[in-house]
Design a binder for this molecule. Structure first.
Ligand code: KIV
Length: 264
């Protein structure tokens, strides 16, 4: 049976965890969804893992629509979240136009990076019946402002602001919050403070769901492996089995552990 936004919201009320994995094409969307993973993120991380850029900034709405359409064709019932790329939602009008293209390509929800400044765009999208995921914490599209890919919310006032932003955006109509690279205790407090499901990456074990970039889960990629990443292929005989192991580990709470998390 197809996973819908209602399914994901119901998981929060019954305290059942769910898993999210990035995919960018039909073949992998088929494999991810067939492994039981509840949601596919067509992330703008494709700018780095597919296109070879050193950030997500060069990714366009046309790129995202192309990959979303491919994922839709291979998907076997997972919920599809597509990233709105850099500078595609600077004002509500732009947000509506970009979201239109992604939803028409096959997305079930769009994801925007940012805090309180997204309130108006979120309200407009929600009014048009477009589900919104608000991405807080480390927001890679702001890497140049943040001064690198660093853990966010370590200072008490930053953590309070993040929690206030999450509450505001949920009130404005955001259906899901995604938290990236946030100390475990901050993510736990935030998750308990809102009714919307919270997806974490590098945010500890207490969020309602976990997401990974597929290439990280498969142990691909040069350079230093981020702390929150686990190579699930290392213990599996096939890619399909690695996806299943990730799904089971998230559902059972076995992933992430302290080893993959940040503390204050
Ligand atoms: O683009 C992406 O893959 C993401 C994840 C890192 C959450 O936003």
């Amino acid at each position: 049976m197809a996973i819908t936004l209602s399914t994901l919201k119901a998981f929060k009320t019954t305290s059942e965890k769910f898993a999210v994995l990035t995919a960018y094409d039909a073949t992998f969307a088929h494999a991810v969804s067939s492994a039981g993973i509840e949601a596919i993120l067509v992330g703008d991380s494709l700018g780095m893992v597919l296109q070879g850029h050193d950030s997500t900034l060069p990714v366009t709405v046309a790129d995202m629509a192309y990959h979303t359409a491919a994922v839709k064709r291979g998907n076997q019932g997972a919920f599809i979240i597509s990233d709105m790329p850099f500078m595609s939602y600077g004002n509500p009008e732009m947000a509506m136009e970009s979201a239109k293209q992604l939803m028409q390509a096959g997305a079930h929800m769009v994801k925007l990076e940012g805090g309180a400044w997204l309130e108006e765009a979120t309200r407009c999208l929600a009014k048009q019946g477009i589900p919104v995921c608000a991405h807080l914490g480390l927001t890679p599209q702001s890497v140049n402002k943040l001064g690198g890919y660093k853990v966010q919310g370590k200072l008490a006032e930053e953590a309070e602001q993040m929690i206030a932003d999450a509450k505001l955006l949920v009130e404005a109509g955001a259906d899901i919050i995604l938290l990236e690279c946030v100390p475990t205790s901050v993510a736990k407090t935030l998750t308990e403070s809102i009714a919307a499901p919270v997806i974490g990456i590098g945010a500890g074990p207490y969020t309602d769901a976990q997401v990974l970039v597929m290439h990280d889960l498969l142990g691909l990629g040069a350079g230093k492996r981020p702390k929150f990443v686990k190579n699930f292929l290392a213990e599996a005989d096939s890619i399909q089995e690695a996806f299943k192991r990730f799904h089971e580990a998230v559902k059972s709470g076995a992933f992430p552990t302290e080893e993959h998390s940040f503390n204050l």
